[in-house]
Design a protein around this ligand. Structure first.
Ligand code: SF4
Length: 424
């Protein structure tokens, strides 16, 4: 299978066990049967005396099962105290459920290839630690086949916008322009973001459907060339821009949705957990008093205290945030099948919005530890928290969320949020 790999990213598993605590793993009937045959209750050293999976969804004639979680940190039942997967240790990597083998990779249609992306909820991805992806082609091919990659090769391209549908080669050409803008040397992070934003804003407003393919390509090239100068003009306008009330509300709502951490423990709370999440969201919308903890790394602190923290983007954090966006762009992780059918332009704007959210959460991390300014690790932690949900939480890709991003865009609030990002 033809795969397109991200150019900047390495990864190997360092057995931190984080994914086995954070993610709930649904298993197929074949995987359930395989686990039954492994006969865990008979293994006295494993301490698994119960059936290791549970019915969690679907009617009784079409039950869906997932692996059980247990213990004080609600880890997968197969995770040993040493942070190792017992299935892997005893029967080898291939015996694990497919989602465990594929994580943190994600595979998305990209015309005649599959684009490989990664989830930055994994600390080794954030740290860029491990083998080059080019050395893992054999495994990546197997995973791509396992997740039904052949079907992906036949997928239609994502819509460009509400008014334009274009073919794969042009979608990929636009994607490549985004990457070039993100990697532009000697340009502030916020300016690079704004260049990609302006480019997508133009494409969002253009109607390309009635043009020939050659003409569409000409228009795209022209817009890509113009975007940096137009971004400079926009920056001059943004110096006076104040976030609108609705913009502030939507941004805070998105903060709460991005930082929320649903684990086996929170899900077990049922309606109480959902009620608590709604209450928390309304506290964020009001934005005064104490921001309640949404994650074990984010302690209750006053909104005023969090917003007083100075956010420092060092060269290392700039590299991390740039690499994050490049990987997501190259992997087409923000639109189409990867993002609940969102069009390319609004999907990219939603992807860019991750950076102001990460910056706010990095300040909250610093405030949680009584610091008045951020350090690099605050950004790394915040990115892991946010990318756990981005493209995976239905809340962030719902119709409501699409409306929010569209409103933030039309009020110029999105551009203003990018412009306010600190730079290295
Ligand atoms: S089966 Fe193994 S790899 Fe999968 S979540 Fe459980 S411990 Fe982790």
């Amino acid at each position: 299978m033809k795969l397109e790999l991200p150019t900047l990213q390495n990864w190997s598993c360092h057995s931190c066990g984080g994914c086995c605590k954070q993610h709930l793993i649904e298993i197929t009937p074949a995987e359930r049967e395989r686990i039954d045959q492994q006969d865990w209750p008979a293994d006295s050293t494993a301490g698994i005396s119960e059936v290791p999976y549970e019915w969690y969804a679907g009617p009784y004639w079409k039950k869906r099962y997932r692996l059980k979680h247990r213990g004080p940190d609600a880890a997968c039942i197969f995770l040993s105290p040493e942070g190792r997967c017992r299935i892997h240790a005893k029967f080898g990597e291939a015996a694990k459920p497919l989602p465990c083998r594929v994580y943190p990779y994600a595979f998305h249609p990209a015309g005649k290839k599959l684009a490989v992306s990664l989830r930055f909820s994994c600390p080794s991805v954030v740290a860029n630690k491990g083998q080059a992806l080019t050395q893992q082609l054999g495994d990546l091919n197997n995973y791509a086949i396992g997740v039904g990659g052949e079907t992906g090769l036949a997928a239609k391209p994502p819509r460009l916008s509400a008014t334009s549908t274009i073919d794969w080669p042009l979608i990929l050409s636009i994607r490549n322009h985004l990457v070039q803008m993100l990697e532009r040397p000697k340009t502030r992070l916020s300016d690079r973001l704004l260049q990609t934003y302006v480019f997508c804003d133009y494409l969002h407003r253009a109607t390309l459907n009635n043009l020939s393919t050659a003409r569409q390509q000409d228009v795209v090239e022209l817009l890509a060339q113009t975007a940096p100068d137009e971004a400079t003009l926009l920056i001059a306008d943004l110096t006076q821009h104040q976030l609108s009330t609705v913009g502030q509300t939507y941004f805070r709502l998105r903060l709460a949705q991005s930082a929320r951490h649903d684990t086996a423990q929170t899900i077990a709370k049922g309606w109480r957990g959902r009620w608590q999440a709604m209450r928390t969201a309304s506290m964020f919308v009001l934005g005064n008093g104490i921001a309640p903890s949404l994650h074990q790394q984010l302690q209750p602190r006053s909104f005023a205290n969090i917003e007083q923290v100075t956010a420092n983007i060092s060269a290392a954090t700039d590299e991390l945030l740039t690499r994050y966006l490049v990987v997501k762009a190259q992997g087409l992780h923000f639109c189409g099948l990867a993002y609940d059918g969102w069009p390319f332009t609004l999907g990219w704007m939603s992807q860019l919005l991750v950076l102001p959210i990460v910056t706010w959460l990095a300040r909250w991390r610093a405030a949680s530890e009584q610091r008045s300014s951020t350090i690099d690790q605050d950004f790394a932690d915040a990115l892991m928290i946010v990318d756990h949900n981005h493209a995976y939480s239905g809340l962030l890709s719902s119709k409501n969320s699409l409306r929010q991003v569209r409103t933030l865009h039309s009020n110029n609030d999105l551009a203003s949020l990018f412009h306010r990002l600190p730079s290295a």
